[in-house]
Design a protein around this ligand. Structure first.
Ligand SMILES: N[C@@H]1[C@@H](O)[C@H](O)[C@@H](COP(=O)(O)O)O[C@@H]1O
Length: 240
């Protein structure tokens, strides 16, 4: 595991964007694993800037997102499909039919999960971007006695609902379920970029990277992966 701590978030975002651009330069038809949340927004801004400067093309790139809320259509501003369009896909030359997210509106969620895993198996992820939840979740894999390997429907924990409430006008509107790639699917990525920002994540960063490997902190399983690069700002890295 490589851990890099950046003086500023700007430098971190620039580094991560460059990493993606280098990945695509080396493999124009790369499969990129993408994440939502506030953490990657700056990275996506930098990627869009670099695209507008003519430094990269996404015409042959495929993307898979980690997760999506159950019950939110892509037009809903809080859906992850909308987030991705707003922050990245709407600004670059990627083919829309190569940007995959779990379908939170699927009539048969179990079939939707199996389908997502089949697509992931056919196009393995080269670089997976990950944020980190305050309770150690990655994607929406919540701490538990057991974790799922593949894509599955998850009941979100109270602390996650509360963390997500800031994006909704009331707690009642926060979706209680999501579809997420499982930890097994995430660990299949050839390279994983874990990005964490902010003092409020310093404790969980330490647990995830230096604590015991346990399903009670899903991110700790990243310690078993051969090629993880952790990008932290000063605040998130202050306990290491
Ligand atoms: N499903 C997403 C995660 O993929 C993300 O890592 C996490 C942290 O979000 P933020 O970056 O806003 O702290 O939020 C959500 O739970």
């Amino acid at each position: 595991m490589i851990i890099r701590i950046f003086n500023t978030r700007e430098e971190l975002d620039r580094y991560a964007a460059q990493f993606y651009i280098d990945t695509i330069a080396a493999k124009p038809n790369a499969t990129l694993g993408l994440a939502t949340g506030s953490t990657p927004i700056g990275i996506y801004e930098k990627i869009v800037e670099r695209y507008k400067s003519g430094d990269v093309t996404f015409v042959n790139v495929t993307t898979f997102n980690l997760d999506e809320y159950v019950g939110l259509p892509p037009e809903n501003e809080q859906s992850y499909a909308y987030f991705m369009k707003h922050h990245l896909f709407g600004h670059i030359d990627i083919r829309q039919d190569r940007t995959y997210l779990p379908n939170g509106m699927a009539a048969d969620p179990a079939a939707q999960c199996a389908h997502y895993d089949e697509m992931l198996a056919a196009q393995p992820v080269d670089v997976q971007l990950l944020g980190l939840g305050h309770n150690g979740h990655i994607g929406f894999n919540e701490p538990d006695a057991e974790l799922h390997g593949g894509t599955h429907v998850v009941q979100l924990k109270q602390e996650t609902l509360e963390a997500n409430a800031r994006f909704f006008s009331s707690m009642d509107e926060v979706p209680k379920q999501a579809i997420t790639m499982g930890v097994g699917s995430i660990l299949k990525a050839k390279t994983i970029l874990l990005v964490v920002k902010g003092a409020d994540k310093a404790d969980i960063v330490k647990r995830a990277l230096q604590g015991p490997i346990t399903t009670e902190c899903p991110a700790s399983l990243l310690q078993t992966h051969a090629n993880v690069i952790v990008l932290l700002d000063q605040e998130a890295g202050r306990n290491l």
